[in-house]
Write a protein that binds this ligand. Sequence first.
Ligand SMILES: [Zn+2]
Ligand SMILES: [Zn+2]
Length: 481
Amino acid sequence: MAHDTNTLNWDILISNLQYRPLDHTSKPQASNIYLRLHPNQTADLYGFATLFASKIAVDTTAERQKYPAKYQPPSEDEYLLDDATALKISPMVQRIHHWRIGSHSTTKVRTCTHHDDEDTRFKQNDDSNGDGDDGDGFKFNCDCVLPLRERKVHAFLRQLSDNDCYMFDDINGAAAFNMRVSMALLLHGELDPILRICSHPGVGYRVWKTVQQCNCMPADEGWDQLYQLALRSYLMLNILRRFHELRVPPGGRRTAPYTETYRDTGLYQKIVHSCTNLEAEIPGLPHYFFFGVKNDTNQTIFTRAALRDLAKIDGPGAQWLLPPSFFSFLDSMTIRQQSDFLSKDEYPYGYVPFEIFCHEFSGTDIPSEAEREEAFRVLRSTVLPEELVLQVMDHAQVMDRVGSNGRMRQLPVPHDPLAEDNVAVLDQYLAECWRIMVQCSVFAHELGKDINWKSEVVYFLRHYIRGPDKELLDYVASELE
Ligand SMILES: [Zn+2]
Ligand SMILES: [Zn+2]
């Protein structure tokens, strides 16, 4: 679908926002985008949300019209996914094995031919001891990424069950695997099988919208993550690209005295982090390919000691110009905190320069296609035999596939989505975010419960953008019904 971001009233949104650097006289909590607290703020911003919702609604209707108005509910033994569709989504599905089941290295991307695999919903054993914690018995009987069994309608009718702490994978392993397959379909724009399964009266995706592994875990297992991450990133980039004074200078180098860019704002850092650092990886894939950040929740958590090291004259941060406020921030932390580890909530978004933020979250950079070709060329110009060169490249490819599914970094200029040379890729990515939102909207409608887009946009504004003294945009319940 052709998406034109210019049809939204960004001017009204932006006129209600202001940027404050760390050295602003008001001593802001972070380098960030703040509400201006204009008297018209509520009307303006709710107006923006209303228009946003109406644009999505128009595109949702248009998108739905591309498919048959009515589907015949499929029988349980039918294949919902043909070979071509199954192969198309297989590399992404392989990541599900890697992430959740830990069998990445042993599964193969190929068309499964194992017809003898038994069809089963992997229901919980209800007549056990009654605590509901007997596993569902989910296992793979062949090493194909997407066994034939998992492409049949019955696999798409598995239901979410209640589970105790830490028992999500045991109790809901089969249903969760299928939910992720469906998310992979949505991310690939494969709406036809989704609509077909939604016509079946036994489909259970409505309760899969917002799901947490258990009550003490974040609600990041449901398919709402697909459109929420897309919305967050879409709004954040569209806002920041309109603050021209925050562009990164050519060459990406900071100039003295310390100058902030959009990448130093809390808004940018918080959203890049939230879109690329997920327990349930699938919804984050489009975003970390775009931002060039690997999803690795095992990264060491930043410690106060590490932050202090950065500030040392010969420490790892010495190559960057650190803002004076960074040092006062460190002082305040030492006094306030007992533990040396920073929790996610404490992470100093908008306090640390982007270079430190990036160092923490991206680890090694994902190479671009051009860089891979250059490496190939250099290796070939050495005395190494061709066979060894191929082996080295193959190894690099494998290493990379673990991190990025074999896909290369998308941004020609890394870590600067708003750079002039990245405009084409940025626009493509924003259109992709919009498509994800629209197709999720079709999915929700088909399940009989529309997404309240106005409320989603207002939630974003209330959650990520505050006034200089943490003032919240008004919550007007009657506006959001
Ligand atoms: Zn197989
Ligand atoms: Zn728990």
